[in-house]
Design a protein around this ligand. Structure first.
Ligand SMILES: Cc1cc2nc3c(=O)[nH]c(=O)nc-3n(C[C@H](O)[C@H](O)[C@H](O)COP(=O)(O)OP(=O)(O)OC[C@H]3O[C@@H](n4cnc5c(N)ncnc54)[C@H](O)[C@@H]3O)c2cc1C
Length: 368
């Protein structure tokens, strides 16, 4: 039976980073991916991902986020490719709302710089506040996954794509992992299965759900107003829900999407991967109401999926039933920016059972 120090199940955003980290530490490691490498049926596709620092979702993310920035720059150097573009981030919302108050609190607690800003071309209603953080921008999502996988293989990892894992079980001191074509043995198992964690980690007692999301690109009537030197990434907490967007960086135009706001599904089987004009409606309404610069036709639409925990925070932990299994799941629509530090933490947990990074708030047993 082929035997490894570690096997990584799922080689998307988090798994590619874990594979790289284990390989660079000299572990004999295998990555198993059900689809081709860098595909568009998981959660890590769609051209770009926002990265920020003053984290409104929870200030405890900031220390690991700082580490993630370091690791993205390092990955750029190793890959010889630009993966991260700093534009800053404009956050707009009710002064006492979750977003702007959360950004300010995170910045206060961690001594992060925020600046006053000109919100144009956004409309800022009475009672709303806006704040600009320079340490923010976007990541080229597929290039990041590709870079982690390439570096992993260069460092000695084995990667087998289009080989879905059917199940895994404890076996003596180690684990047995079964796919359709092979059975493997490993000392440590890393499960980074994205939306399929709803199945592979069903015994984890973390109530995970899956949410379909649509990313849309619009052709601006005045493209110069959406250039990345003038138009940063943005988050907008509106009465219609939360929206975010990125500058125009190619012919598709400006990317805008709603964050959450769709039904929670029990697993990825129910996700409809086809888009329709109905997907455009909430985003078009938001643009009409909140952005003064006109946008024209929608040039592209793409479906993606969130895997959500009840408190919308990640789960990164050892498996409660088996200390040789480490898991990272439930990234709740905001995980990609953390991928390299998640890879580092997973490798720490697999190697020694502990990590120096403060992730206690992401324990699996908090839902027990
Ligand atoms: C529309 C959208 C916008 C987002 N915007 C942002 C953003 O701006 N900033 C940000 O930080 N985050 C953002 N996110 C969230 C972020 O992209 C995700 O949190 C992150 O990509 C999750 O990575 P993952 O590795 O958990 O999942 P994935 O990348 O989906 O990887 C899981 C992998 O496991 C594989 N797999 C599953 N089961 C098996 C099996 N049985 N055998 C083999 N392989 C298997 C899958 O095929 C997949 O490749 C966004 C997400 C979406 C959908």
């Amino acid at each position: 039976m082929p035997t490894f120090d570690a096997i990584v199940i799922g080689c998307g955003g988090m798994g590619s980073a874990a594979l790289f980290e284990l390989a660079r530490r000299g572990r004999r490691v295998l990555g198993l991916e059900q689809f081709p490498a860098v595909h568009d049926r998981g959660s890590s596709h769609g051209h770009t991902r926002v990265i920020r620092t003053a984290y409104y979702e929870h200030p405890d993310y900031v220390p690991i986020l700082r580490r993630a920035w370091e690791r993205w720059y390092e990955l750029e150097q190793l890959a010889g490719r630009n993966l991260l573009v700093e534009t800053g981030c404009l956050s707009i919302g009710p002064a006492d709302g979750e977003l702007v108050a959360g950004v300010r609190e995170s910045a206060r607690l961690h001594g992060l710089a925020l600046a006053a800003c000109d919100p144009a071309p956004f409309r800022v209603p009475d009672g709303f506040d806006c704040v600009f953080e320079a340490k923010a921008g976007y990541l080229m999502v597929e290039d990041c996954v590709r870079a982690h996988l390439e570096r992993a293989v260069t460092a000695g990892a084995e990667l087998r794509t289009e080989e879905p894992v059917r199940d895994w079980r404890a076996d003596g001191d180690g684990l047995v992992v079964r796919t359709d074509s092979e059975t493997y043995h490993c000392a440590k198992l890393v499960v980074t299965a994205g939306a399929w964690a709803t199945r592979l980690l069903a015994d984890l007692a973390v109530p995970l759900t899956v949410m379909r999301q649509t990313m849309l690109w619009f052709e601006p009537k005045q493209p110069e107003r959406f250039r990345r030197d003038r138009f940063p990434v943005f988050l907008y907490e509106s009465p219609r829900g939360a929206f975010y967007g990125l500058p125009m960086i190619d012919a598709r135009g400006v990317k805008v999407a709603r964050h959450y706001g769709a039904p929670e599904l029990p697993n990825p089987d129910g996700v409809n991967w086809t888009t329709s004009d109905a997907d455009e409606v909430p985003v078009r309404d938001f643009l009409n109401e909140c952005v003064s610069a006109p946008v024209g036709r929608c040039t592209a639409r793409q479906v993606c999926q969130y895997t959500i925990t009840p408190d919308r925070h990640f789960v990164i932990d050892r498996h409660p039933a088996n200390a040789n299994v480490v898991v990272a799941a439930g990234f709740s629509g905001h995980g990609f920016k953390f991928a390299p530090v998640v890879g580092e933490i997973l490798a720490d947990l697999a190697d020694t059972g502990a990590t120096r990074w403060p992730i206690d708030f992401l324990r699996a047993d908090r839902f027990a």
